[in-house]
Design a protein around this ligand. Sequence first.
Ligand SMILES: Cc1ncc(C[n+]2csc(CCOP(=O)(O)OP(=O)(O)O)c2C)c(N)n1
Length: 551
Amino acid sequence: MSENGQAQMRKSAGHVIVDTLAAHGVERTYVVPGESYLDVLDGLHNSSIETIVCRHEGGATYMAEADGKLHQRPGIAMVTRGPGAANAHVGLHTAWQDSTPLVLFVGLIPFEHREKEAFQEFDPKAWFGTGAKRVMILDHAERASEIVAEAMFAAMSGRPGPVVVGLPEDIIQQEISAELHPEIPVATGGMTVTDWKALNTALQESEKPLFVFGGNDWSHEGAADFTRWLEEHGLPAAAEWRCEGTVPFTSPSYVGPIGYGRPKPTYDLLEETDLLIFVGTVPGDVITDGFNVRQNWEKKNFIVTIDPALRGRSGPVSHQIVAKPDVFVRDLLLMDLPVKDSWKEWTSRMRGEQEKFAQLPPATPSAGQAKMATMMANLVQSLPEDAMVTFGAGEHTNWAHRYFPTNGYASMISARNGSMGYSVPSAVAASLSYPDRRVVTIAGDGEFLMNGQELATAAQYGATPLVIIMDNQQYGTIRTHQERQYPERVSGTQLLNPDFALMAQAFGGFGVRVEQDSEVPAALEAALKAIDEDKKFALIHLIVEQGVKAY
Ligand SMILES: Cc1ncc(C[n+]2csc(CCOP(=O)(O)OP(=O)(O)O)c2C)c(N)n1
């Protein structure tokens, strides 16, 4: 009996885990089932949480990771022991390098079978020890709710990232109190008086300041406020690699992407600016071109991140502000600075370069083989303002960086760890979260087949992304590297592809094969019609020449 005399309700630990997730606001979980965690699946049976059954643990974990980026709350994936855990690993690596909150539940062998190499036994702490923020094993059923709350907290607190929770099969079946652990609040930081003075002085002394925004920890409103403040002050902002959209493509303050494949004038900004302010990110490997650019310790580099330890994972930093981006922006809005003419001139010069870079190619098809340029021109003209783009890794992604109008957070969802196979799962997660928005994924012929099977998940749950596959019959990025280092010795990079349009149809979607450039507009129109009227996902298999680059 509890203190107030009422009999305490009891449930299995597996059910309590599900109830705790629901109490934390979790709406969706991405799973590949296993006999190791049947009790949790049983808890999901009557839960408000929607269970999305996926076809591969890599796909499930990528979807959960994308969910974390979309909502700044941990995405939730559930997989089984040994083989399932092994397949899920790629999503964890993505969540780690991309700082995405993610909680991966892994069913485990029964407690008493441990250390006997039982069927599918593995060591979660050893496997995930260096790739997750925490690895927790539920050894005492009574702690089920507490461990879920701790996992959610650990995934979101400080630098967000992946957390693994191991669930031994027998322990989750034990009956425990159904009382739920409350949500644990996460510290958000903020500007101190010292930070405020340092930033205010640095901005007032600067003739060419440049903000760089990045990371996944923005709210839509925080991003919009940031943009308004920049525009009011005539200040410029560039996007960290694969983080476009936080300051909209159309904003006069947006001066372009500074990741791999950036245009030369944008690259030069990093050395030219006299004050760099990174918000939600740090000057890491990609931005600094392998820690080459902006390495002079005398230059002024501010970083705004909630994790003080991130200072050690970047190039030179002169001042750190410990705050989440939204909280920093809240404080920034109170900073009234006199606008300098030099800022406006500098911003408008850079904006001019960005507009040249993003100038669409002709939408009218040319004679001959299909071209990605024609596809992008037609696609962009068809897009509503709030369209979203997702992609994985490969040269085909450069077309999105250059031309896709990303407006607001989150309108670009991709893998900054450069992981292939992310395009379809992330597009499925985005479409499920935002069924009324146009979700486009741009895939390579190599990239697509790493998780293209998740189109079955799209069909099963009514996700309606538009999938554009740029088929250049090769692992193009690696071929490019190969030609640079081992010219004319093509090895290990060529592909013979199936008919992806037929595959899409077999999976229950719309599919069209495009070989001639003249076919592009009609194919796009038919694909969009299938999405809007037939409520199906659509796939365009675009066969392009080998070796055609976005820039
Ligand atoms: C999971 C994974 N495996 C291998 C790589 C190495 N890799 C990077 S890009 C690339 C080729 C991508 O080929 P494709 O999807 O056809 O795109 P393209 O570069 O031709 O546009 C490879 C193999 C990677 N980044 N991720």
